[in-house]
Ligand binder design. Sequence first.
Ligand code: PMP
Ligand code: GLN
Length: 383
Amino acid sequence: LNRRLAEFGTTIFAEMSALAARTGSINLGQGFPDTDGPEEIREAAVRALRDGRGNQYPPGPGVPELRTAVAEHQLKRYGLAYDPDTEVLITAGATEAIAASLLALLEPGDEVIALEPYYDSYAACIAMAGATRVPVTLRPHEGAYVLDLDELRAAVTDRTRLILLNTPHNPTGTVLTRTELTAIAELAVARDLLVVTDEVYEHLVFDDAAHLPIASLPGMRERTVTIGSAGKTFSFTGWKVGWITATPELTSAVRSAKQFLTYVSSGPFQYAVAEALRLPETYFDALRADLRAKRDLLSDGLERAGFAVYRPAGTYFVTTDIRPLGETDGFAFCRSLPERCGVVAIPNAVFYDHREEGAPFVRFAFCKRSDVLEQAVSRLQGL
Ligand code: PMP
Ligand code: GLN
């Protein structure tokens, strides 16, 4: 393994899912739903397979039906108009979109600002591109994680090439506000930075939180690559269908990298996701309502068990502080949890460069059946 990748080892998600399987624990670690997405969308995939749509290499940028559906989705939801032929690229999940964007847009030595804690593939992809990550830490404050805009501004140097955003934010559940996004946009324009924004949890927002794509703010459309994924929105994480929307120049650049990573992404699933993006509003409302109830079920249970809980405004993760339980080391806590009570969680420290900042925080996923969450909550009461 080369020096660029050696520091990253095996992803925590694989490690913790293996631990859950080995110990027969309830897996609230890796974020994947335990109930598949809509039957009619599974049927659409079967139909595509049976009808021979996408069984051979689909077009490089993705099948036109899906590119059109993605463009319609961005227009209808956010008023963002993208040309499906030149401004949409289908990828193998958001993971490839992140990798291809960073590999295409970064020069060795460039600096990338990422909001810490950050999703684990960001650091690895920045490293593979030969660039340097510059974390700006979201800090807990009055029950939520907040971005210090002055710290963000201070992190920009002459070598900064792009800001890598993630909203709704994994693992903290923070949804960046219009005020925060406006400040980030002004900074990007003033310092002529690109923004790559990971919005895979765009539909998973609760209460009065609203998802706002930074590409919709003044001066941003031309400098932003927006990333989406069918995995989260439609509960098909195994299908690995994602996409980017961006200007023709940026889309073409990302496609240059994508063509040598996977060339194209799985064909039949693209047709099914095109149908999924056109599901009626009732689907999206029901998804949000279901996850909001599960957020509260798990958060209430974790509070009763003694955790300090950062109830998320978005995503399907809840971050907790284990210090009220008399614990300080999230790694040790997560490694002992299966034996102590048969539950698996993720230590947030893995999402930090400043590991000490993340040490006492632990993430639980709530995209699970209610009876599973109830069982987990009851197991955790004994801690
Ligand atoms: N970005 C974030 C913030 C995620 O949480 C995930 C999935 N866990 C991904 C990207 C990857 O998405 P996909 O499965 O579509 O590759
Ligand atoms: N995104 C999921 C999470 O944060 C896991 C994805 C993965 O295993 N790579 O838990």
